[in-house]
Design a binder for this molecule. Structure first.
Ligand SMILES: NC(=O)c1ccc[n+]([C@@H]2O[C@H](COP(=O)([O-])OP(=O)(O)OC[C@H]3O[C@@H](n4cnc5c(N)ncnc54)[C@H](OP(=O)(O)O)[C@@H]3O)[C@@H](O)[C@H]2O)c1
Length: 291
């Protein structure tokens, strides 16, 4: 039987509708999200456009603050400090990766933990691991929401995550391992140092690919009946048209023959990532406005 296609766009639309209702309940107060961008990375543009569209759709005030590619650490931290005290903004995100001459960890640590809606301040990363209430990094949060909302809760299942980045693999493992509803999974993280990778991926009830390499997950690596979540976004040349197109990390057509459910790329985890960033911004506004 062909796999169920997990439609991230419709899940994101449902989340946006919920956010509209929560924003209405703020009685005229408008949540605000500032996106701090250093330089002009063309790869980031579509994500930034998605954020701007999402903010507009739900009623979040959104501003992109740009610094030049050669910005100093001090000018970056000064900009963060101004945003921390700007009451129009309840959420701040720093577009990553930063240019190599800048210290990301210091910059992430400079974002007020109360406005850190991408959950990258080390204070919030620590809280995530401890199971304390905090802002989850939006992609990892989105994978959890996508699974729960599509009826494939990770509870009690073996989740194998391929990729251990600080923005996807590690926080996702930290979220899913907690003894909480919608989590409480048995989690394995794989990476380039993993031996016998296909043997481990075949033991997954839920397989998450966050690698950044087209077709890294092939059908022989997937158990019959597994749920497959593809976080990867890779630009490849379409052999038929010669034009660039986006693909994930999973060999979609072949894996869809074995999986019970699978996310497409595009239209899978990407829209839900943006929806969770908007969710975190509304939560931040609710908390800051209640003070
Ligand atoms: N959908 C979304 O919203 C969203 C958001 C963020 C990122 N992404 C996409 O997700 C992908 C991953 O992003 P990232 O920032 O997490 O990437 P990253 O920082 O480059 O990390 C990639 C991870 O994959 C591991 N890896 C590489 N090759 C592997 C292999 N053959 N088998 C198993 N593990 C392997 C690496 O292992 P080592 O640690 O050993 O090097 C590393 O931990 C990218 O395509 C990115 O564009 C999507």
């Amino acid at each position: 039987m062909p796999a169920e296609i997990l439609d991230g766009r419709s899940i994101a639309a449902a989340i946006r509708q919920e956010l509209k209702d929560r924003i209405t309940a703020l009685e005229g107060a408008v949540p605000g999200l500032a996106v701090l961008v250093i330089g002009d990375d063309p790869a980031a543009q579509s994500y930034l456009r998605g954020i701007a569209r999402g903010c507009e759709a739900v009623g979040i005030y959104n501003e992109t603050v740009r610094l030049p590619q050669d910005a100093t650490q001090k000018s970056l931290e000064d900009a963060i400090s101004r945003l921390n005290s700007d009451t129009r903004f309840h959420g701040i995100i720093l577009q990553l990766p930063l240019p190599k001459h800048l210290n990301s960890l210091r910059a992430q640590g400079a974002v007020s933990p109360d406005k850190d809606v991408d959950g990258t301040n080390p204070v919030n990363s620590g809280k995530l691991l401890l199971g304390e209430e905090t802002f989850f990094p939006s992609t990892a949060y989105g994978v959890k929401e996508l699974l729960v909302r599509s009826g494939h809760s990770p509870e009690g299942r073996h989740v194998v995550i391929c990729g251990r980045s600080n923005i996807v693999g590690k926080p996702l493992a930290g979220i899913l391992v907690q003894k909480r509803p919608g989590a409480n999974a048995t989690v394995t993280i794989c990476h380039t140092g993993t031996r016998n990778l296909p043997e481990i991926t075949r033991s997954a009830d839920i397989l998450v690919a966050a690698i950044g390499r087209p077709r890294a997950i092939t059908a022989d690596m997937v158990r019959e009946g597994a749920v497959v979540v593809d976080v990867g976004v890779n630009q490849v040349e379409d052999t038929a048209t010669g034009k660039p197109r986006l693909v994930g990390d999973v060999d979609f057509d072949a894996v869809a023959e074995k999986a019970v459910a699978i996310t497409p790329v595009p239209g899978g985890t990407g829209p839900v990532t943006t929806a969770m960033l908007l969710t975190n911004t509304v939560v931040a506004a609710e908390k800051l406005l209640a003070r």
